[in-house]
Each structure stands twice: as C-alpha cells, then as structure tokens.
Design a protein around this ligand. Structure first.
Ligand SMILES: [Zn+2]
Ligand SMILES: [Zn+2]
Length: 264
C-alpha cells in the first residue's frame, strides 16, 4: 500500500503531528508515504475569519530531514509538497519549488481567478458552465506552469461542493486535451479519496480515469489527502479496485522526483 498525498501540522489546515502521521502509516502497513504539506501562495487561509500562518518551508524541510533519518528502514518516506497553482503566484512558487530537493511535487488547483472553490460562495448564482469552465481552464493552465511538478492533484476537486455532477461526457473535448497534455508531459494523475459527504467516492471519477487510460495514460497514483491520522490510506482498496478494473497494474510512488511502481 502507498499514499502519495498527506498533510501534517506544517499545513495551515492540519494539526496532525508529523510523527503521528508517519507512525499511523507504518501501523497501517504502508510501504510508501509522501508527506505533501500545502504551499498556497495564492490566497490567505482563514479559520473563523482569522488568518492562519502559511507554510514555514525551512521548518518543514528540517522536520522532514529529521524524520527521514528517524524512520530509515521502516517506511519509504517522501519529502513532498502540494503547490496550489495560481497565475499570480507563479514566480514565488517557482522560486520555492527550486529551493529544496523534494521527492515529489503535486500541482493542484484550489482557486479559480483567486476565488477559493472550497468556499460555497464560489457557487452562488452560477450555471454549470460558469462553475466548471473556468475551473477546467485553470486546470489546463496549471499543466503549463513553468515550475517543477510530478503529480496533477485531485482533478474534479470541484465536484465536492458543486451542485452539478462533474462528468466526462459534459466536457469531453476539454478533458481529452487535458489528459493528452498530462501524458505528453510525462506527469502522473492522482486519484484522490478525500471525500466525506460529496456525491462521489473519489476524484477524478471512474469515467474520467477510464478516458485517461484510453488515451494512453499509464501513470496514476493513490492519494488519501489525509489531514487526520485516521484517514491515512482511506479507501485504498476502493480506488485501486477501480484502477484494476480499468486495466491499471501499478500505482506510482515518487522518490527523488522519479516514479517507482507498486503493484496493485
Ligand atoms: Zn489539494
Ligand atoms: Zn492536499
């Protein structure tokens, strides 16, 4: 079992101690764990209208260095980061993504035209196209970001809050263009199981993953996106079962920015 996407106390939206995260992953029998704390330089994260401090990159890097030593031989531990894409923060993201020797970099879209799509306000009074088209455009743009990255984070994340289903058939041509770009650039697509109440179990949904495969996509990975210990590797069997049905045999776990394949 592997988990390519998790968060610790170094993320503004998690309080899980790094050691608890790693101990939990070992306890659950994971062979590989990537810690990928948030680097969102495009918006200010607030809890109860109070600004929460952004990622302290030097502190996070030092903690991961120490953890790698402490857990050597017990689990393959990847020093990762989840970069929130936005056109405005490209220069600072680029600088920081080139500053450290990450094992894995996830590039994710959390905001559309500087609006947080986790916030229900984004959806108010909008049609399906007004919600999805700018998101798909941002996804497409994010693939051209001129900074290093390996994994495309949670395509379809918008499905968690949107009042409409996010399905391949509605935007087939646009999705095809995105998948072709991912394949052509040699990037990996994650399937993210961080869903509690939405009408989907994971995203992108099986219809999208199927099309990615049909177009020649081979690099996929499993991501729980856990922010709490109990959610590490959540729905691993469900997601890999879907992947197997579609003909995938491996999920990729990145070390030193190279994919290593784990049989599913
Ligand atoms: Zn994310
Ligand atoms: Zn995440």
């Amino acid at each position: 079992m592997i988990d390519s996407h998790t968060h610790s106390e170094h993320s503004a939206d998690s309080v899980m101690p790094l050691n608890t995260l790693i101990d939990t992953a070992i306890g659950k029998g994971l062979d590989y764990l990537a810690v990928t704390d948030h680097m969102d330089r495009d918006f200010i994260y607030c809890v109860n209208n109070k600004e929460v401090a952004q990622l302290d990159l030097p502190a996070y890097a030092a903690a991961m260095r120490a953890a790698k030593e402490r857990y050597a031989g017990k689990i393959k531990l990847a020093f990762g980061i989840e970069c929130g894409y936005s056109a405005d923060s490209l220069p600072i993201s680029k600088k920081e993504l080139c500053q450290y020797d990450y094992d894995v970099i996830i590039n994710s879209v959390h905001t559309v035209k500087n609006e947080d799509i986790y916030d229900p306000v984004y959806y108010e009074g909008k049609t399906k196209d007004q919600i999805f088209l700018p998101y798909i455009e941002a996804l497409s743009e994010s693939l051209d970001a001129d900074y290093p990255f390996d994994i495309i984070g949670h395509i379809g994340y918008i499905a968690r809050k949107a009042p409409f289903p996010f399905v391949y058939a509605d935007y087939d041509g646009l999705f095809d263009a995105i998948f072709k770009k991912i394949i052509q650039k040699g990037k990996c697509m994650e399937v993210n199981s961080h869903v509690k109440f939405a009408p989907v179990d994971f995203f992108p949904g099986a219809d999208l993953v199927k099309r990615y495969r049909e177009l020649g996509g081979e690099l996929v990975t499993f991501s729980s996106d856990a922010h709490q210990a109990e959610r590490v590797a959540e729905k691993y069997g469900l997601v890999t079962g879907m992947l197997k049905q579609l003909g995938f045999k491996y999920v990729a776990g990145y070390m030193r920015r190279k994919p290593e394949m784990y049989a599913i």
